[in-house]
Design a protein. Structure first.
Length: 581
């Protein structure tokens, strides 16, 4: 597997962060590193991080750097060819190493044209060069995407949707891709049409291959059929980027859901992956459905959590609906969300976004697949008269204090008439700082993240390899924001896993770092299913108290193999390969 080439040891300094000086600072990152070469130790590889850029602010303070980096992509939210179409709210994005050089690249999907790539191509971190992903479709459009090595060749492939079709796109290496191959759904051959927003990858049946979960907003039969909430779809991964539909793994519902986001995450620590949906709750009568026809069905459908019974022997219906009993079935106008252990107790928690007059919802995992609403107690609701529609969200440690903070995008929502403004046009995204593992405080202004964009899709990754995760926000009908995080000398550790083929990204792995003081941090490698419409980097980012020179690192790979390393030095990038069985 390719790994970053050794860099020269040039040093540099600058006196300011104007756009010109920032450009010089960024270019210098491409050739700067610390004084010692990487240490190689069999399946465990350590590499030093890059030096902080000159005059970098403290971690948790972000510098918008898209122009300085040459990121000139603009999402086209309104069609110039088809007048009268409503705003296309789907600016898909990903941070991922697409060309195999060890540095993170950027991928942006567009609504009416081909995807745009910014590849580093061996030039080092931030050495972006623009290209496109050619499409064979008459009307190319990417509304949502996930990225992972699907065939075990160490090149990352794509699964995308244009809203009505699913596509598998094979990587040819070096950031180039084969033509799209449509992934057909059995119901499509019966005349069904789907409106798809949500994709996630994970090894549902623990056979080593990545499976695909698909969430749909609507479904109907034919062009003139009645629109109803859309069923969710599952596909079992196989050899050579093949997928076999296994929707019967999910229990059949009399009425399905308006799904914006699906996630595949082990929520109870038993190894197999639960299936979580963020749904836009609406009363069934709004679809002409008489609740009297479905005894026991709630009139207002909400989020859904399915327990994976694989470790109990499974069965034809692999998943069991525990939405009500688990406390995870929040009935709000849900759109985006994130799953991570914000409280530091080793259990993944759930956050989902909504729109007023509902609230965002923070669900703390209290064990045994039970969740309790901590939204108000934690101060996690970002919806206010000034921020009335929330979209994507992510947990990440923005300020490097060892606790996961919460970033939430906000933005204008258009009605069917472009002149009918449903809500505010000037909403800012919000960063909530995790104060003590139980409550948050607004840190947006101090972090330099106040905007007036139509924010949708947040993704995170350490673009400059200084150890502090950076943030990219893809916006509807506008350019993205590329925020470089601040940097200083406090300890950090980045972990990139190499799983057994074909899941070489080790999607589904749990990584725990333990500091000498006994505190623990959990990170989970996910294949989409967080944020909204996109994919964050498949890496784990940790930060530790000052003076922490080494930590204990434990990795549980997707199929259960666990490795533990003592005295892992901080301020390093660690690559850990799954042991051969």
């Amino acid at each position: 597997m390719p790994w970053p080439p050794r860099q020269s040891k040039a040093r540099w300094r600058s006196e300011g962060l104007s756009l010109g000086l920032l450009s010089l600072a960024i270019s210098a990152i491409l050739t700067s590193c610390s004084a010692r070469d990487p240490v190689y130790d069999g399946p465990f590889i350590l590499e030093n991080g890059r030096r902080c850029r000159a005059d970098a602010p403290a971690p948790g303070v972000f510098t918008e750097s898209a122009e300085a980096l040459g990121i000139d992509f603009v999402h086209e939210g309104f069609s110039s060819e088809f007048a009268g179409l409503p705003l296309q709210d789907f600016p898909a994005a990903a941070i991922v190493d697409l060309d195999g050089d060890g540095a993170l690249d950027l991928l942006f999907g567009n609504s009416f044209t081909e995807d745009t790539l910014y590849l580093t191509g061996g030039r080092g971190p931030l050495g972006f060069e623009k290209s496109t992903r050619p499409s064979t479709l008459e009307f190319p459009s990417t509304r949502a995407l996930v990225v992972a090595d699907l065939d075990g060749d160490y090149d990352r492939d794509l699964v995308t949707t244009n809203g009505e079709q699913l596509f598998v796109v094979e990587s040819l290496g070096g950031g180039s891709f084969a033509p799209e191959r449509e992934l057909r759904v059995a119901a499509q051959d019966q005349g069904y049409r789907f409106l798809t927003f949500a994709l996630a990858l994970g090894d549902i049946d623990l056979d080593g291959s990545l499976d695909l979960a698909v969430g749909n907003q609507f479904e109907r039969v034919g062009l003139d059929g009645k629109e109803l909430p859309g069923r969710e779809l599952l596909f079992r991964g196989g050899v050579g980027l093949t997928f076999t539909e296994e929707t019967t793994w999910l229990p059949k519902r009399p009425v399905d859901d308006l799904t914006f986001l699906v996630s595949l995450v082990d929520l109870d620590g038993d190894l197999d992956l639960e299936f979580h949906e963020v749904n836009d709750a609406r009363f069934l009568w709004q679809f002409g459905i008489d609740i009297a026809d479905y005894p026991g069905l709630e009139p207002l459908q909400g989020d859904r959590l399915y327990r994976n019974r694989r470790m109990e022997g499974g069965g034809a219906t692999l998943f069991e609906d525990i939405s009500k009993d688990s406390g995870a079935g929040a009935a709000v106008a849900g759109m985006g969300g994130a799953i991570a252990d914000y409280s530091g107790d080793g259990l993944p928690d759930i956050f989902l976004t909504a729109m007023r007059k509902d609230s965002n919802v923070l669900l703390e995992n209290v064990g045994g697949l039970r969740f309790e609403d901590r939204t108000d107690a934690a101060g996690a609701d970002t919806l206010t008269p000034a921020h009335d529609v929330a979209w994507g969200a992510l947990f990440f440690d923005a300020d490097a204090d060892g606790r996961l903070d919460l970033f939430v995008t906000h933005g204008f929502l258009e009605g069917s008439d472009p002149d009918d403004r449903l809500n505010r046009d000037d909403q800012s995204n919000v960063l909530l700082r995790n104060v003590d593992g139980s409550r948050f405080e607004d840190a947006t202004a101090a972090a330099g993240l106040v905007t007036r964009d139509w924010g949708r899709t947040p993704v995170v990754g350490d673009l400059d390899r200084d150890g502090f995760p950076d943030l990219v926000v893809s916006n509807a009908d506008g350019p993205p924001r590329v925020y470089l995080n601040g940097c200083d000398d406090r300890p950090w550790l980045t972990v990139r896993l190499v799983g057994a083929a074909p899941n070489t990204d080790a999607i589904g792995a749990h990584i725990t770092a333990e500091s000498p003081d006994g505190s623990r941090q959990l990170r989970i490698i996910q294949g989409g299913g967080e944020g909204l419409f996109g994919a964050t980097a498949t890496e784990a980012y940790f930060a530790f108290p000052r003076g922490t020179e080494s930590v204990r690192l434990s990795v549980r790979f997707p199929r259960g193999t666990t490795v533990t390393y003592d005295a892992v030095p901080t301020r390093r990038l660690a690559r850990i390969a799954e042991p051969v069985q």
